[in-house]
Design a protein around this ligand. Structure first.
Ligand code: NIG
Ligand code: FE
Length: 400
């Protein structure tokens, strides 16, 4: 069975080479078709439908079924490549304190660890499913989910098993912080042994990625050498690498991520010239999380400096109870445009193809023949309404 989706005022394919794309600089790199149509087909019990044809509506082939979007727009489903969705409780009081001047240092993570350990499997599953639904309702169709609020072998495995129920992009983050009861030197060393030993062994079968909160400026997180050990152990266990780096200071995270060939280094808020240069010459994506700066009152990352140097940039939500309790990719796009000086086209690419690159995925983040039918519907005559109509729910995942 095939289905024709027609009446698309603007179709962002994400493929700059697509025939008939608008060529002005406003749409650079997006492969935008006006008055477009898509044919999808295939799919069944265990496979998603795929794109069979993309082009101008006037040239569309016949199909078994047709739906008319009546002048709305379509973009690739957002790829949110960084989130911490498996948690219980919230930290609204910490947020209020921060808005009155208390700086963020990662110490509040312990509060979420306690609440998460105390929650039952069904409670955590329900919370996670609601958050994924919240994301879909705002146009996100691919999401990465980290553990990191368990910090025992059992609780980390549980988080990863639950994450696996909602996505294939599952990340082991036992090295989120050192648990509060292990903060003395011996306890810290023993925890690192656990993260790189027994915990890794138990978690690796349930995850694709390993991540570490590399931040010498936080007493709760890990320094460069500790982070290297975590990442190398993860790689030896068959996991691919991603890094939380340079969130609170010009730390070693970016250099380490590039040296070890991580898919992405996330935050990149405080960068030296050498960091920018290293990213530009690498296959490591710089993932910017502007909701974090918005919610912690930090300076935003310098996206223009990264793009100017030639680094590949993604944007993601980092949805978590501490630094950014927002699941909204449209908000991140709006912040990237208004606060980080990205053009709307750069921001949309960073939220789609950029996120796909940060997850080393070639099957999402674009709309092209042979790829999964994975779209977001914009209830407006132009994709530009995503950043333009900030705070208004104009975009949602298109269920096909
Ligand atoms: O990406 N910085 C480390 N981890 C999260 C915050 C987690 C939390 O505060 O609960 C982040 O910002
Ligand atoms: Fe994070």
């Amino acid at each position: 069975m095939s289905m024709l989706i027609t009446g698309i005022k603007e179709l962002v394919t994400g493929d700059p080479e697509v025939e008939g794309a608008i060529t002005d600089p406003l749409h650079a790199g997006l492969g935008v078709l006006r008055d477009a149509a898509i044919v999808i087909g295939g799919g069944g019990e265990d496979s998603a439908p795929t794109v069979q044809w993309v082009g101008h509506a006037a040239a569309a082939p016949a199909a078994d079924w047709a739906i008319d979007l009546e002048g709305r727009s379509v973009v690739p489903g957002f790829v949110d490549s960084h989130s911490h969705l498996v948690f219980a409780g919230d930290r609204s009081a910490e947020f209020a304190a921060r808005m009155s001047g208390t700086p963020y240092d990662g110490g509040g993570i312990a509060t979420t660890v306690e609440a998460t350990r105390s929650a039952s499997d069904p409670e955590l599953r329900t919370l996670l499913q609601h958050r994924v639904q919240e994301m879909r309702a705002q146009g996100t169709t691919t999401v990465e989910v980290k553990s990191g609020y368990g910090l025992t072998v059992e609780d980390e495995v549980r988080a990863l098993r639950l994450a696996r129920e909602v996505t294939t992009e599952v990340t082991y983050l036992g090295a989120h912080v050192v648990p509060p009861d292990r903060r003395d030197a011996a306890g810290r060393a023993a925890y690192l042994d656990l993260v790189c030993g027994e915990m890794l062994e138990a978690c690796a079968p349930h995850a694709r990625w390993i991540d570490v909160f590399c931040e010498p400026a936080s007493p709760h997180a890990f320094d460069g050498e500790e982070s290297r050990r975590v990442l190398e152990a993860g790689r030896a266990a068959g996991l691919e690498l991603r890094v939380h780096g340079n969130q609170l200071s010009e730390g070693p995270g970016v250099q380490l991520a590039v040296e070890l060939g991580a898919a992405s280094v996330d935050h990149c808020t405080f960068l030296s010239d050498a960091d920018v240069e290293a990213l530009a010459g690498s296959g490591t994506v710089a993932t910017l999380l502007p909701g974090v700066e918005f919610s912690t009152r930090q300076p935003y990352p310098d996206a223009r400096r990264l793009i100017g140097a030639g680094a590949q940039v993604a944007i993601a939500t980092d949805c978590n109870p501490g630094t950014c309790y927002s699941s909204s990719m449209p908000l991140m796009i709006a912040l990237a445009v208004r606060e980080m000086g990205m053009t709307p086209a750069e921001a949309l690419r960073a939220a789609t193809a950029g996120g796909a690159a940060a997850l080393r995925r070639t099957d999402v983040g674009r709309i092209a023949v042979g790829l999964r039918a994975d779209f977001a519907l914009v209830d407006a005559p132009s994709w530009l309404h995503i950043p333009y109509r900030v705070g208004v729910p104009v975009v949602r995942a298109l269920e096909v």
